[in-house]
Design a protein around this ligand. Structure first.
Ligand code: CMX
Length: 434
C-alpha cells in the first residue's frame, strides 16, 4: 500500500467516528433558512452539502484546508529551482488535511508516474473523433473511455463491502489523475500539431511531464503550468463541475463517469469555458478597435456595447465571490514578474480598470470583479500556447485534483445518494398567494 493511502487510512476511522458523533449530537441544529427566491436563482447561498477539501469565502476567496492561496504558495513544497508550489502538494493537503513535506510530494509524483499508462483503446477512441469536435467534448469522451479499467466498478460487481468503497475509489482517483495529462496532451497534439505526439518522460513532476507532452520546455511555462494546476484545483463543492461530479458519484458511479460528468459542466461558458471566451472576447475587441492597446474610453464603449447586445463580459462576476478572485491576483503577480510589458497583459490590466465600475452601474451584477478566467489565457498565449479553445481542458486536468480528493472523502464518509426535493410554480403559488 502506498504511503499516501496508508496516511489516508490511518485517519479514516477517526474521521468516521467524528462525523457520526457530530451528526448524532447536533443533527437537529438549524443551519439556515431557504426562501422562495433561492429556488429560482440557482440555489445561491443555500448551504446544502459537505465538502472537506476547501471552503470559499465571498470576500477572502478560497481556503484549502484552512490555507489561503497566498499561504499555499508560500508553504507548499516546490520543485528544485522553481518559484511555484507543486500541485501534488495541494492534492496531499486536500486529501490528508495537513501540509506535506518534500518527501510526501515526491512520492506522489512517483506514484502518478507509475500509474500513468493510458491503454491504447483510449487513443483509438480519440483518433476516431472529428478533429473539429471541441477539445472539452473529446476530453470528456476520452475520460469515459478509460472507465473499463475502473477498480471500483470491477470490485463492486464482485461484492465490495461498503466500508471499502473508498479504497477502490482511491485507486481509480490516483489512476485518473495520473492518466489525464497524457490524454489531454494527445488531444492537443492531434488537433493542433499534426498528430506529432510526444512521449512522457520519467523522473519529473506531474506538471513538468504535462508541459513536456504538450510540447513546451521553457522553465517559465512549466512553472506557469504548476501555478495553473494549483490554483484551479478546487473551489469547494457547489460549483458546477465539482457538484456535477459529486451528484453523479453519489449514485456510486465510478470516478471516471463522475469526473466526465463534471467536465461536461466545466465545458459551459458560464463556468470553465469562460477562460476561452475571455481570450476570444479580448482579441475581438482588440481587432475591432484597430489593434494595439486600446484606450480606456474605447474599451469602455466596447464593454457597454457588449452589454447592450445582451452578452456577459467573460471573466467577470461570480456566484459566490464578492471581491477580486485571489486566483486572478496570483496570475497577475506572475504576469507582473515575467511579462510586465506584454501587450495582452496590459490589455487585461486595462480591462480590470474599466469593467468593474461599468458592471456596478448596471445595478444588477452582484460581483463586478474579475474571476480566475479573466487572466489565465493571456499567460498561456505569451508562451506560445495560442489554441485557446483548448484552455478549458487545462482547467479540467487541474480540477481532477480537487474532484478526486472530494470523491475519495465522500466514499470514505459513506455520503448517500443525493436526492434534493423539487416543487412546481403552481404549487408554490397555491401555497403563498391565496
Ligand atoms: N457580464 C454581464 N452581466 C453579468 C455578469 C457579467 N460578467 N455577471 C453577472 N451578470 C448579470 C447576470 O447575467 C444577471 O443578469 P440577469 O438578471 O439579466 O439575468 C445579473 O447580472 C445578476 O447576476 P449575478 O447574481 O451577479 O451573477 P450569477 O451568480 O447569476 O452568475 C456568473 C455568476 C459567473 C455566471 C456571472 O457573473 C457571469 O456570467 N460571468 C461571466 C462568465 C464567467 O466569467 N464565468 C466564469 C466564472 C468562474 C468559473 O466558474 O470558472
Amino acid at each position: 500500500m502506498s504511503s499516501l493511502k496508508k496516511k489516508f487510512e490511518e485517519q479514516l476511522s477517526q474521521s468516521r467516528i467524528k462525523v457520526k458523533n457530530f451528526v448524532s449530537d447536533y443533527g437537529d441544529k438549524v443551519i439556515g433558512e431557504i426562501n422562495l427566491r433561492q429556488l429560482y436563482s440557482g440555489m445561491r447561498g443555500m448551504l446544502s452539502m459537505i465538502t472537506e477539501t476547501s471552503k470559499l469565502d465571498p470576500n477572502e476567496g478560497i481556503r484549502f484546508r484552512g490555507y489561503t492561496l497566498p499561504e499555499i504558495q508560500d508553504v507548499l513544497p516546490r520543485a528544485e529551482g522553481s518559484n511555484q508550489p507543486l500541485p501534488e502538494g495541494i492534492f496531499y493537503l486536500m486529501l490528508i488535511g495537513s501540509l506535506p513535506d518534500e518527501k510526501d510530494v515526491k512520492q506522489i509524483s512517483l506514484e502518478l508516474e507509475k500509474r500513468s499508462n493510458v491503454p491504447n483503446h483510449v487513443f483509438d477512441v480519440i483518433n476516431n473523433l472529428p478533429k473539429d469536435m471541441h477539445p472539452m467534448t473529446q476530453f470528456s469522451i476520452a475520460i469515459l473511455s478509460l472507465q473499463n479499467g475502473s477498480n471500483f466498478s470491477v470490485s463492486y460487481k464482485s461484492g465490495l463491502n461498503k466500508l471499502d468503497y473508498w479504497d477502490a475509489t482511491f485507486e481509480d482517483a490516483l489512476d485518473l489523475i495520473a492518466r489525464i495529462p497524457r490524454v489531454a496532451a494527445y488531444i492537443y497534439r492531434r488537433i493542433y500539431h499534426n498528430e506529432k505526439y510526444i512521449e512522457p518522460i520519467k523522473g519529473v513532476d506531474w506538471s513538468k511531464n504535462f508541459a513536456h507532452m504538450l510540447g513546451f520546455s521553457d522553465s517559465e511555462f512549466i512553472d506557469l503550468i504548476r501555478l495553473y494546476m494549483t490554483i484551479h484545483s478546487d473551489h469547494e463543492g457547489g460549483n458546477v463541475s465539482a457538484h456535477a461530479s459529486h451528484l453523479v458519484g453519489s449514485a456510486l458511479s465510478d470516478a471516471y463517469i463522475s469526473f466526465s460528468a463534471g467536465m461536461n459542466g466545466l465545458a459551459g461558458p458560464l463556468h470553465g469555458l469562460a477562460n476561452q471566451e475571455v481570450v476570444r472576447w479580448l482579441l475581438e475587441m482588440q481587432e475591432s478597435l484597430g489593434g494595439g492597446l486600446p484606450s480606456r474610453d474605447n474599451i469602455s464603449e466596447y464593454v457597454q456595447k457588449s452589454l447592450s447586445e445582451g452578452k456577459v463580459i467573460p471573466g467577470f462576476g461570480h456566484a459566490v465571490l464578492r471581491k477580486t478572485d485571489p486566483r486572478y491576483t496570483a496570475q497577475r503577480e506572475f504576469a507582473l514578474k515575467y511579462l510586465p510589458d506584454d501587450e495582452l497583459f496590459l490589455l487585461v490590466s486595462r480591462v480590470y480598470e474599466v469593467v468593474p465600475s461599468i458592471l456596478e452601474s448596471t445595478g444588477k451584477v452582484k460581483n463586478p470583479w474579475p474571476n480566475v478566467d479573466a487572466h489565465s489565457g493571456v499567460l498561456l498565449l505569451k508562451y506560445g500556447m495560442t489554441e485557446y479553445d483548448f484552455f478549458t481542458v487545462l482547467f479540467g486536468v487541474s480540477r481532477s485534483l480537487g474532484i478526486m480528493a472530494q470523491l475519495i472523502w465522500s466514499r470514505a464518509l459513506g455520503m448517500p445518494i443525493e436526492r434534493p426535493g423539487s416543487t412546481t410554480t403552481d404549487l408554490m403559488i397555491k401555497k403563498f398567494s391565496n
